[in-house]
Write a protein that binds this ligand. Sequence first.
Ligand SMILES: Cc1cc2nc3c(=O)[nH]c(=O)nc-3n(C[C@H](O)[C@H](O)[C@H](O)COP(=O)(O)OP(=O)(O)OC[C@H]3O[C@@H](n4cnc5c(N)ncnc54)[C@H](O)[C@@H]3O)c2cc1C
Length: 461
Amino acid sequence: MSTSPAHLELVKALARIVGDAHLYIGDDRVAPFVSDWTRRFGGPCVAVVRPASAAEVAEIMRACAAAGVPVLPQGGNTGLVGGSVPAASGQQPPVIISLLRLTELGAVDGLAGQVTVGAGATLGDVQRHAVAAGWNYGVDLAARDSATIGGTVATNAGGIHVIAHGMTRAQVVGIEAVLPDGSVISHLSGMLKDNTGYDLAGLLCGSEGTLGIITSVRLKLHRPLGRTTLSLVGAASYADALALMSRAGVASESNAPGSRLLAAEVIDAPSMDLVCALADLPWPLEQRWPVVVLLEVVDGGDGSGLPLDESADAVVAFDAADQARLWAYRERQADAYGAVGIVHKLDVSVPLPKLADCADELVALIGTLPDVTTFGIFGHLADGNMHVEIVGPLADDLRADLAVLECVAGYGGSISAEHGVGRAKAADLHLCRSAGEIAAMRAIKGALDPQGLMNPGVLFA
Ligand SMILES: Cc1cc2nc3c(=O)[nH]c(=O)nc-3n(C[C@H](O)[C@H](O)[C@H](O)COP(=O)(O)OP(=O)(O)OC[C@H]3O[C@@H](n4cnc5c(N)ncnc54)[C@H](O)[C@@H]3O)c2cc1C
């Protein structure tokens, strides 16, 4: 922590706002907040402050703005692009505002199918809260018990059910947030019809802590879809995997008759080898396929929705315990790569018709890159979203990252499908956003945050 007189005065002011117990300074106490899940990103902070209300967040913002000290909002710190932790160098250390005490879960509005929750509630808590009231929340991802609603909104998180319910932005019907000048904006009435000017909630979705601090969110819920069947199926290529997924049908929000595709994930053979070794799991199929597809369909739980003929090499799970066993092959992928070393995680998407060619080119390309010792691809097949994982290059060696992102951009893809831009890809934004788009984004940032104090270095290099 810095001991400059200005910082000491700020720290005293922050302690007056939240109380000494919720202000952390000193290496031991701030350690979990200043380095991230990937172990690739992190840097010093002035202090970690843990407010309990939007009013306290607003006071903190005003104190930091008066002191000219940057702020960094943090939820569960499961972000994978360096946006949830301070920069290692080159930036003024920020005050980290942890939202983990904003955990309120409002009563589920059964008429509208909506709920208002605090930004610090975990995704898992919100899911369970919705289920207890007879509803589902439409977003799910493996970090569900650490990632917060505020973080998932700030990153517009995707996950495994995007094909059925859309990204996080599609679930958000209102937001309360604190802007950089300390003003609180609150629009939580949940009206679906409300054409009264700019969609500020939509703007804050995916803003990665660069425009304001989300303190509360009004979320849309979904009626349970019914029982599902889950299958792992071997495929000879990405093209075959896509054909298989296509035969499983495409989901829609309408109550289409017959089965609905709820999730379609992909795991390549090297990634499958890693997770089997890490979790001491057997290879799940009879043969060793280049690509394994995970399909979950809503079909009443009788398997009738799966597009499997007699020649398919597949395992099928009907009950919850068996399904959890199969999901482990996909959900433990990030852990499996993390156990090998520091991972360069490239979360990219390409239009579905180009996915097979792009994946094949990426595999050939990465095989030629220097220092790469381990790599593979897994991801959300239905969304054209590949997680390319590369181990070997030093944490700050960006050559492999750039090679992958340039390859994806060449296919008209996105350099960030769902994790966000963060610090990791800020310098590469131009690969998939035009100069005009970036200028418009900078103009919005400048208007709301003229002092440039909100998470500097994130999104814009
Ligand atoms: C094992 C694993 C699996 C994952 N799977 C997926 C997946 O399938 N899909 C997916 O999209 N992501 C996935 N992620 C990434 C991560 O979980 C998401 O990005 C998640 O949305 C981050 O939530 P968080 O609360 O941890 O946010 P943090 O990591 O704390 O922050 C992420 C960003 O949001 C900002 N932020 C956080 N809270 C607020 C707030 N209240 N107001 C304003 N800004 C805020 C931060 O400044 C930062 O820029 C995974 C991560 C892990 C570790």
